[in-house]
Design a protein around this ligand. Structure first.
Ligand SMILES: Cc1cc2nc3c(=O)[nH]c(=O)nc-3n(C[C@H](O)[C@H](O)[C@H](O)COP(=O)(O)OP(=O)(O)OC[C@H]3O[C@@H](n4cnc5c(N)ncnc54)[C@H](O)[C@@H]3O)c2cc1C
Ligand code: SF4
Ligand code: SF4
Ligand code: SF4
Length: 401
C-alpha cells in the first residue's frame, strides 16, 4: 500500500484529515503549501509507526465502498425553500428534517470569520442558514470527524454534507460501519481551489470597490445563472454578476485552472458514489423536463444505498420531483463520472499570482476582461427576459405536440 506519506505526491492527498484524526499520538499536523493547500506532516519523534494513518487514507488502494453503481436518479426541488440554495434546495429540506424531526446535527461548509471556509455543525434552523449554498473552494474540515463520531455514539442523528473525498474520509475513519444515526450526502464535484486564491479575490474586490466586503455568495436562486452576489460596507454597495464568465475567480474555477492537484486524479468522480445520497445540479433539465419550473434551480438527487432510500422516503412529500435515470442525469453533468482535465494554465497560475499579482494574472487569462463588446453580449444573453421567453416558448411547444 502506497500513500502520500511515502510518495509525497500532491495528487495523492485530498486533505480530508482522516489520518490526523485517527492518529493515537496526535502527531500529524497540516502545513499550508505555497498554493494555499494543506498537507499532512508527521512528527517522527512522536510517531509509533502504528500504520493507522495510512490504513485510513481513502486515496490508498485499500479504500472500499459498497454503494450501488446504478443509483436511482430524480429531478427534484423544494418549492417552499429553493431560494437561498444553489440548485433545487434539497440540502435544506434534508437538513430541516434532521434538525426538526430528529433533533440532530447538520455538518456542512460555512464562511466563518474573514470569509474562511470551514466545516461546522449546527442544530438550529437559524444557524443552518450559514451552511446553505455552494462555496467553490476547499473547506477546512478541522475536528469534524471526531465530533461526528461522538454524536453518533451519544445516539444523536447527524447529516454530513461535503465533497465526495470528505465523505470517503469520514466513512473510512468510522471504519465503514453504517450507523442508523448517520446520513451522508456527497456533491458532484469539479474540484476545489485553495482558500489563498479566494482570499486574493476578496482583496481584489475590496480594492476595486474601495469598501469592505461583508458577504459573498457564489450563486443563489433568486435566478438561475446569477453569480458572485456581494455586499460591501463603508460605503454600502451590492453587486451581482449575470454570468460566471464575468468573474475573475469563477472564470478560472469553471475552467479548472486553480484546483488542488488531487482533483485532477480524483478517485470519486464515478457513478458509484460515496454518499448515501448525492446532491447536484440537474444540468439540461429544460430538455428532459420542459414542464418543470427550472428557472430557480432543479437538483439532481441520486439515491445510492438503503440509508439514502430511507431518507428520501421521509422527505419526498415536501418536494416536486420526477423519476429519471442515470443516463439522462449524466448526459450534461461531466463530473458525475469524469475527472476534471488538468489544463496547462494550472502549471503556472499560482506562481504567477504570487509573482505578478492576482488581478494581472486573472485578467490575462480571461478574454472577457479585455473586450467591452464581449461583456455586453454576455450581459444581454443572460437577461432574465430572454430566459423567460425561452421557458414559455418551450412550454407552448410541448403543449402543442
Ligand atoms: C466545490 C463544489 C463543486 C461542485 N461541482 C458540481 C458539479 O460539477 N456538478 C454539479 O451538478 N454540482 C456541483 N456541485 C454541487 C452544487 O453546486 C450544489 O451544491 C448542489 O446541487 C446542492 O444544492 P442544494 O440547492 O441542494 O443545496 P445548497 O443549499 O446549495 O447546499 C450545498 C451544501 O454543500 C455544502 N458545501 C458547500 N460548499 C462546500 C465545499 N466547498 N465543500 C464541501 N461542502 C460544501 C454546504 O455545506 C451545503 O451542505 C459542486 C459543489 C461544490 C461545493
Ligand atoms: S487521509 Fe486524507 S489528509 Fe491524510 S493523507 Fe490521506 S487523503 Fe491526505
Ligand atoms: S503511524 Fe500511527 S502514530 Fe505514526 S503518524 Fe501514523 S497514526 Fe500517528
Ligand atoms: S474533485 Fe475529488 S479530490 Fe477534488 S475536492 Fe472534489 S471529491 Fe475531493
Amino acid at each position: 500500500m502506497k500513500t502520500y506519506f511515502q510518495t509525497n505526491n500532491l495528487a495523492e492527498c485530498c486533505g480530508c484529515s482522516a489520518c490526523a484524526t485517527v492518529c493515537p499520538k496526535n502527531c500529524i499536523e497540516f502545513k499550508i503549501n505555497a498554493e494555499g493547500f494543506k498537507y499532512p506532516v508527521k512528527d517522527m519523534d512522536k510517531c509509533i509507526d502504528c500504520g493507522l494513518c495510512e490504513k485510513v487514507c481513502s486515496f490508498s488502494d485499500e479504500y472500499t465502498c459498497n454503494n450501488t453503481q446504478h443509483p436511482k436518479a430524480y429531478a427534484a426541488y423544494d418549492s417552499q425553500n429553493r431560494v437561498g440554495s444553489s440548485s433545487g434546495g434539497l440540502f435544506y429540506t434534508l437538513a430541516k428534517h434532521i434538525i426538526e424531526d430528529k433533533h440532530g446535527w447538520v455538518y456542512g461548509a460555512s464562511f466563518e470569520d474573514k470569509l474562511q471556509l470551514k466545516h461546522i455543525g449546527v442544530n438550529t434552523i437559524k444557524d443552518l442558514q450559514k451552511l446553505r449554498g455552494s462555496k467553490y473552494l476547499q473547506s477546512d474540515i478541522g475536528d469534524t470527524f471526531r465530533r461526528i463520531k461522538q454524536h453518533i455514539s451519544n445516539g444523536e442523528y447527524v447529516l454530513f454534507v461535503g465533497t465526495p473525498c470528505l465523505v470517503a474520509g469520514l466513512k473510512a475513519y468510522l471504519k465503514y460501519k453504517q450507523s442508523e444515526y448517520l446520513l451522508c450526502a456527497d456533491l458532484i464535484c469539479h474540484g476545489v481551489p485553495s482558500q489563498y486564491v479566494f482570499d486574493e479575490h476578496v482583496k481584489y474586490l475590496e480594492n476595486k470597490h474601495q469598501a469592505t466586503l461583508t458577504s459573498y455568495q457564489f450563486r443563489n436562486n433568486a435566478r438561475w445563472g446569477v453569480c458572485e452576489i456581494v455586499d460591501f460596507a463603508n460605503p454600502k454597495i451590492h453587486k451581482v454578476l449575470p454570468s460566471y464568465d464575468l468573474s475573475l475567480y469563477l472564470y478560472s474555477f469553471m475552467r479548472s485552472y486553480t484546483y488542488r492537484e488531487s482533483c485532477y486524479h480524483c478517485k470519486f468522480t464515478k457513478l458509484q458514489r460515496q454518499g448515501d445520497l448525492t446532491l447536484a445540479d440537474w444540468w439540461g433539465v429544460r430538455l428532459f423536463f420542459p414542464l418543470m419550473d427550472y428557472r430557480k434551480g432543479v437538483s439532481l438527487l441520486l439515491v445510492n444505498n438503503a440509508t439514502g432510500a430511507k431518507a428520501w422516503e421521509q422527505i419526498k412529500d415536501r418536494c416536486v420531483f420526477e423519476e429519471s435515470n442515470i443516463d439522462d442525469a449524466s448526459k450534461y453533468n461531466w463530473n458525475l463520472n469524469h475527472v476534471s482535465k488538468r489544463p496547462v494554465e494550472r502549471d503556472t497560475i499560482y506562481q504567477r499570482i504570487r509573482e505578478e499579482g492576482y488581478e494581472k494574472t486573472m485578467k490575462d487569462i480571461n478574454p472577457n476582461s479585455h473586450s467591452t463588446l464581449r461583456t455586453w453580449i454576455i450581459r444581454i444573453r443572460e437577461l432574465e427576459i430572454v430566459d423567460d421567453i425561452i421557458y414559455y416558448m418551450r412550454r407552448l411547444m410541448v403543449k402543442m405536440k
